[in-house]
Design a protein. Structure first.
Length: 603
């Protein structure tokens, strides 16, 4: 391993002498602190990739903080994986996957004392304590703890048990057996704990049967107060059963489903836990990622299961990972076997994948997407990151119902309160996307100028050179030519700029391109939705106008009130009559006609 520190200007020189061997590399900041640890099949090739002119924004961000790089050569790639994980655990580098801050499930802990305590925790301590879980949410776990607190008498004092002269208040109200003053033996206390372990093991039906037997025996002995206590416990258990998760499969082994969603520079890793056929818990971790998807998923699974208190019998994944290395690592690290199976199009896997996507989407919405904005600034050579982006698209059907949509993204995420629709008025039945763009851009920015409102930092047009130049000509005419305007053409995802013949092409993984695609696709969705709605209203109106006695005015009144022919067909005749001015008989006839039309056309 190299020992010297070197300035940023010498990194390229240092990498040039890195060996063509597998190994681990350590990146350090100016203070000599390790901020990233990675592994490589060929060290020199991997390190060279960090100097590429086409490196993505997350790598650029990482390298801005790197002052020196060291490496350790290993005999084989698997040895590099072992060493990488050892060093990550030891140094906890800032930019490596960190599972400390994930949304982990709570568990119930039974301490290893002579007189154990029982409580909820998210922190696993390897001191001989027993842990039970996961549970299907915090509410269910609370039900279990409330049940234990009410029906089992255990000590409440924290820490090691201390001898006392007199018992505390909990003893006097029947909530503690007072082992601190010798009111209960270790053996009798252990019997209570064994009952709780039986309950927490998951078979509430068997535990309920046991309580029923005890209740009946107490009743036979005419110990009615004791029998009533068991009766109340059975009722509480039934409440727990009613609150258990309803997501189920038909396998009763311990199985996990793991998936991830990735949106540079983040990934969300999610794990669903199925126990006895029921979903009992889930974990989600949102982390920075710097390697390939396969490497990052492999590293996550190794970290996750090597630190687990207990392992499932099987883990199911539907995305690439180095399964053999994970299984070997867990075997050597924990001396346990972990089965990992690859699955395709599985219902539960799809559920955990969707959960990962939603968690990541929520994270991005809450924090914005500054990395993509910085990447966009760099790609388009803008003076500042484009905080406010507005995107336009046109939708029509053979010239009918032409609409332009305008969507706004603020901080890299949709700002839906500022979405706008423009019904194109200047075409008169002609098909002319350029003119449609001109009209929408002119109306939008003339109004912003007149009302002295904030202008965008970037305008995106769905289209190529012609559409961009059309938009620019309008901006130029109203004195806004300084606002950057670009077009994104779908076929090759080329970026066009005004009066520049050659388009810009970005790497498909570049977060700048992904953000532009998001804006473009959202504008398209919004425009298409407006066009579809307008066509639906027109079709409904035409259908109503075909009925004797209903003209445009009555049709418009009916659709304004009921919004669709389906709702008119299901409405009360009197209300139809009141809204339209038709007689009750005519309203009933209209209902009958519409219902017959809907039945035959399946609308």
């Amino acid at each position: 391993m190299t020992e010297e520190k070197y300035s940023h200007s010498n990194i390229q020189k240092q990498i040039s002498i890195a060996p063509f061997s597998p190994g681990v590399y350590l990146m350090k900041d100016k203070k000599g602190k390790i901020i990233y640890v990675g592994k490589a099949k060929v060290l020199r090739n991997r390190l060279r990739s960090y100097l590429s002119a086409k490196k993505d924004i997350k790598t650029t961000h990482l390298m801005q903080h790197v002052f020196s790089i060291e490496w350790i050569v290993t005999p084989a790639e698997y040895d590099a994986l072992l060493l990488e994980n050892t060093l990550i655990k030891k140094y906890q580098p800032k930019y490596n996957i960190d599972l400390k801050d994930g949304k982990t499930y709570p568990v119930i802990r039974i301490t290893s004392d002579d007189f154990p305590r029982i409580f909820k925790t998210r922190r696993i301590v390897k001191d001989g304590s027993l842990y039970f879980g996961p549970f299907g949410g915090a509410a269910l776990l609370s039900l279990y703890l409330d049940f234990i607190d009410k029906f089992f008498s255990l000590r409440k004092c924290k820490g090691k048990l201390k001898r006392r002269d007199n018992p505390c208040l909990y003893y006097h109200i029947g909530r503690c057996p007072a082992p601190c003053v010798g009111k209960i033996s270790k053996e009798d206390y252990a019997k209570i704990v064994e009952d709780i372990k039986s309950l927490l093991s998951g078979d509430t039906a068997e535990f309920k049967r046991l309580l029923t037997v005890r209740m009946n025996k107490a009743a036979e002995k005419m110990a009615y107060e004791e029998a009533a206590k068991y009766r109340d416990a059975i009722s509480a258990l039934e409440e727990i059963e009613r609150n258990e998760q309803k997501v189920m499969d038909f396998s009763f082994d311990k199985r996990d489903y793991a998936a991830y969603s990735r949106e540079e520079p983040y990934a969300c890793f999610s794990v669903f836990k199925m126990r006895d056929g029921k979903l009992v818990g889930k974990d989600s971790y949102i982390v920075n990622v710097f390697e390939t998807e396969e490497d990052d998923f492999t590293n996550f699974l190794i970290q996750y299961y090597s630190s687990a208190v207990s392992l499932p019998s099987s883990v199911f994944i539907g995305q690439k990972a180095d399964i053999d290395s994970i299984k070997r690592y867990i075997k050597e690290e924990k001396n346990e076997k972990l089965e990992i199976n690859f699955i395709n199009n599985d219902v539960l896997f799809n559920m955990v994948l969707e959960n990962a996507r939603e968690e990541l989407s929520r994270h991005m919405r809450l924090r914005g997407n500054p990395e993509a904005l910085l990447a966009l600034q760099d790609a388009l050579e803008l003076p500042e990151p484009p905080l406010r982006i507005e995107g336009f698209d046109i939708a029509h059907l053979n010239g009918s119902f032409p609409y332009a949509s305008m969507v706004q993204f603020l901080g890299g995420v949709p700002n839906k309160s500022e979405y706008r629709l423009f019904s194109i008025k200047s075409l008169k039945g002609l098909i002319d996307d350029y003119q449609s763009i001109k009209e929408a851009v002119a109306r939008r920015y003339s109004r912003l100028l007149n009302e002295k409102k904030v202008l965008p930092d970037l305008i995106l047009i769905d289209g190529g050179k012609g559409q961009v130049n059309a938009a620019f000509s309008v901006l130029d005419s109203i004195g806004l030519s300084y606002i950057p305007v670009i077009g994104l053409a779908k076929k090759e995802e080329e970026i066009f700029m005004p009066n520049i013949s050659k388009p810009l092409v970005l790497d498909r993984r570049n977060p700048a391109l992904k953000l532009l695609q998001y804006v473009r696709d959202e504008a398209h969705r919004f425009a298409t939705g407006a066009n579809t709605k307008a066509r639906k209203i027109k079709m409904d109106s035409s259908l109503l106008e075909a009925v004797d006695g209903i003209g445009k005015k009555r049709a418009a009144s009916l659709l304004k009130e009921f919004s669709s022919i389906k709702k008119i067909a299901s409405a009360d005749e009197q209300k139809i009559s009141l809204v339209s001015g038709l007689s009750i008989e005519k309203a009933a006839e209209l209902k009958s006609m519409l219902n017959e039309f809907l039945r035959t056309h399946e609308l």
